[in-house]
Structures are given as C-alpha cells and as structure tokens.
Design a protein around this ligand. Sequence first.
Ligand code: SF4
Length: 332
Amino acid sequence: MIPVPAKAAWRRELAAAIRDPAELARLLELPAEVLAGADRAQQAFRVLVPRGFAARMQPGDPDDPLLRQVLPSAVELAPQPPEFVRDPLGEAAARRADGVLVKYRGRALLVTSGACAVHCRYCFRRHFPYSGENPRRDDWRPAVDAIAADSTLEEAILSGGDPLMLDDAELAALSERLGAIPHLRYLRIHTRLPIVLPERVDDDLLGWLSTSRLPITMVVHANHANEIDINVREACRRLRAGVRFLLNQSVLLAGVNDDAEALTRLSQALSDAGVLPYYLHLPDRVEGTAHFDVEKARGQALIAAMRATLPGYLVPRLAREEPGAPGKSIIA
Ligand code: SF4
C-alpha cells in the first residue's frame, strides 16, 4: 500500500477554519443582530476565518477590529458611490498571460492562487476573475515563459489570493524556475498567512526559502496590533532567517485602524515581531467596501500624528494605487 503523506499542521488548521458567520457570532458571544444581512452579503464572498485568528478577537465586542475585517454585513449590499467598482485598479489591462500582470516597470505580478486563509471583506481582489485565470496550467509554463520573454523585468512578485496557499513542493519548483531566469534579480512574496495562520511558517516553507537563488522579500499583511500575538511573533522570527527583508503592508480601514493610537500600536507590535512597516494603503475603491473608506486628508493627518511619536523607520508610507499609474502614488 502506498503511504499517504501526513497533512501539514497548517492544512489541518485551515480545514477546521470557521465558514459560517453564525458560528463566529456564537463563539464570540455576540447577539444575533450582528448577523443582519450576513448571509446575503456572503453569497458573493464566503466567510473564512482560521480559529486561531478568531481567538484574538474580544468576546462580546461587535466592534472588535479583527472581527470587522471578516464579518459580512448588510452594508456591503448598500448602493455604492460610483467610484466603487469591481476592478478599481484596472488590472485586466495589465494582463500578459494567465495570472501574469505587469503593472509597474521592471516588476511582474504572478497571481499564483485564488485561495486565501482568510476572507477580508475589504479585499481589492474580491471580484477578481480567479476562475478564468490559471497560471498553473501546463506546469506554470505560459506564466514563466511570459516573464522570461521580457528582459526588462527584474522582480517577480508572488501574489494572489495568497501564494502560501500552495504546497511547498510546488512553490520550491516555481522559485527554482524563476531563479533560472537570468534577468530576474529579486523575488517578492505577498502573503497574509504568517499573520492569520502562523502555523504556515514550518520547516518545509523555511527549507525552500533558504535555497532560492533570488533574494526574497516577504511582505506580510497585518492591520491591527491585536493580530500580532506570540505565535505570529515566533513565525516572524523564523521567517527572518529565510528572507532578506520582512516588511508589512496594511490597509487603512474605517472602524478598524483609522486612529493614531491604533496605528502607533500596530507599528510597535510589528517592531516587536522584527517586521518593518512598509505601506499603509488607502483602501481601493472596490464595490461593496465603501463603508471601509477613509479620506486622503484623514490618512495624512494620521501619518503626521505617527511621525510625532514614532521613530521614522516605524512610520509606513501612505499610498494609493491608481489604475495605469507607473507606480504607487505616495501620499505621505
Ligand atoms: S488575504 Fe489578501 S487577497 Fe486574501 S482576502 Fe485578504 S486581502 Fe484579499
């Protein structure tokens, strides 16, 4: 009999994740009113919350900043201002091959997986046509060929969804093939898994990270200090051994982190985990997310307040992505 390989611990955790908003409300001892509209709102974008992430939420608090990021609500279905659209970044126009986007000079984004370990209600790719894009077709060949064919590209960025949703053997093989493209100098990985499912940072992941020819920058994604517990700090400590830079990007979200104290605490928690705050994004104007929007002037005021209390290296850059722009617009 062929032995069946044991499932990695993080896969077991993910299989046990919460997929029902009513279960989340029950676990957090919240009144039924918090579920108003939740079922309808999640038709288009299902609930997914790892239990370890839910354990960092405050029971009894319907305004918990982690809960607000993941609990669907009726406001997502309310009429949206006209600038809130399905593809706010115009990504369809940047497509080079299945899953390959070239938005900025020198950098190719590879949408490696449509899956994530958590479903964030504000997600700018919540309407991305993942099912129509399959860069894994034919063993990644069309995607790798598209990157190899453009010698102006210096950096490959694994994005998603979340690239760390793929198995390590597949990621190792992909990183080896990207490493064989002579004009590539850097590999970047954008992932929320080390924050929401720190079990993902296991020996298999660290194994292929350390063998990559291309120096790796990992950009994790935390929005609030409460996301960074002892397990996340330990995961980040281990990651630092395998990557050249460990950075964080956040989204400025109304009702989650749009005050100076919350942002200051986030930078301090990141510092404790050995992670540099890199970008604070103004939310992308995605249909169904208008309730998270924060005005540019408010973002600028918050950055000024952070500068008054934190060392400069712990103050992220306030940025916004504009469709067709040659790079992110730095606002403060
Ligand atoms: S982890 Fe990232 S890509 Fe996935 S739902 Fe959250 S914001 Fe979107």
